[in-house]
Design a protein around this ligand. Structure first.
Ligand code: SF4
Ligand code: SF4
Ligand code: SF4
Length: 332
């Protein structure tokens, strides 16, 4: 894939996200030198000064690899997603925000007006005249324009065609390094890319399969928050201790990082292979361990999960079968 002996071009972009994915790429330590040695970094706003017009001037398909992190929340995100799709041979939805909406996608539960009102008129905001941002503002020098927020946040593949998905909030550094290695090998003709649409930089089973905790028969009489259990057994499956752990529905690849150090999995690697809807699979997994048959008793046990939406759709609401609540907010 080397073009006329020149180094292939690499781009990275940050849409609606926290920036953690960008830091995760820098966290690959000396491997970042491989990126520099093997790629011509042409666009990476957080790391270098490049302008949108520079990308617009490039030939279509001239960027070999773009890692796109963040969901699509405003018209600028959408414009750049479409621009980078046109310019890139390989477009990777990088991290949970781009792949499935992640935490920013939880805002899809609220109408845009409420989100803006909360952001600009809270008890901690000094805004006595209730001044809100405007998309367009005339100043002596001309028109100032800021991006227009959309009604919902969409994962990248609801806006453009995506070649690969790399899960994680953020993706684990060892997984990023492995993907960089793979792409370098592909460029050198030493390896082939996986089939389009594949999940890369992750495993193909569940976090439970990587988890070092002992698993027996799970029967739960109540769910509890981890901070309300003392002591937590350091070796036994957390779910068996009544702690809602998302491991059974979550894709492997992080080496069970959280249960390995005493915290429950909250699902940042997204749905495991073959799971159509993350929340539905997790509710099934939780339901299957409840030791009760009477509806009232089942309700009482489930009430032990104080934030059901946050528990089962913390990372996946915008990418779930519910999509982005598109019908609710009438987005085409
Ligand atoms: S996936 Fe997580 S770390 Fe990456 S941008 Fe989104 S919130 Fe931040
Ligand atoms: S439910 Fe959680 S603690 Fe139990 S085996 Fe799975 S990942 Fe480990
Ligand atoms: S254990 Fe779960 S929440 Fe923790 S890093 Fe792995 S997938 Fe993410």
């Amino acid at each position: 894939m080397t073009v006329n002996g020149n180094k292939p071009k690499f781009a990275m972009y940050w849409a609606a996200s926290c920036g953690g994915c960008e830091i995760a790429v820098l966290n690959i330590h000396e491997k970042i030198l491989d990126v520099d040695a093997n790629f011509d970094v042409v666009f990476w706003p957080v790391a270098m000064d490049a302008k949108y017009k520079d990308v617009e001037a490039m030939e279509d398909g001239s960027i070999l690899l773009t890692l796109f992190n963040g969901g699509i929340r405003n018209d600028e995100n959408e414009h750049i997603a479409k621009l980078l799709r046109r310019k890139s041979k390989i477009l990777v939805a990088f991290g949970s925000c781009a792949s499935e909406g992640c935490i920013p996608g939880l805002a899809n539960l609220s109408p845009v007006g409420e989100i803006v009102h909360t952001a600009f008129n809270t008890i901690t905001t000094d805004n006595p005249n209730e001044i809100y941002p405007r998309v367009s503002f005339d100043v002596p020098e001309g028109e100032l324009r800021i991006p227009k927020i959309e009604k919902v946040l969409r994962p990248l593949d609801l806006v453009v065609d995506v070649d690969y998905y790399m899960p994680g909030c953020p993706p684990e550094s060892h997984q990023i390094a492995a993907v960089v290695d793979l792409v370098i090998k592909v460029v050198k003709g030493e390896a082939e890319l996986p089939p389009k649409g594949s999940v890369i930089g992750a495993g193909d089973s569940t976090v439970c399969d990587e988890c070092p905790r002992a698993r027996n028969v799970k029967i739960i009489k109540e769910f509890k928050r981890i901070q309300d259990i003392a002591p937590v057994d350091p070796t036994l499956c957390l779910l068996e201790q009544g702690i809602p752990c998302n491991g059974p529905a979550t894709r492997s690849g992080c080496n069970a990082r959280c249960p390995g150090v005493g915290a429950q999995c909250i699902g940042c690697y997204g749905p495991a292979e073959g799971v159509m809807d993350y929340g539905a699979r997790l509710i099934t997994a939780f339901s299957s361990v409840i030791d009760a048959t009477e509806p009232e008793e089942i309700d009482r046990i489930l009430d032990g999960i104080p934030d059901p939406t946050g528990q089962v759709y913390r990372f996946n609401l915008a990418g779930s079968l519910l999509k982005a609540n598109r019908e609710a907010w009438k987005v085409k």
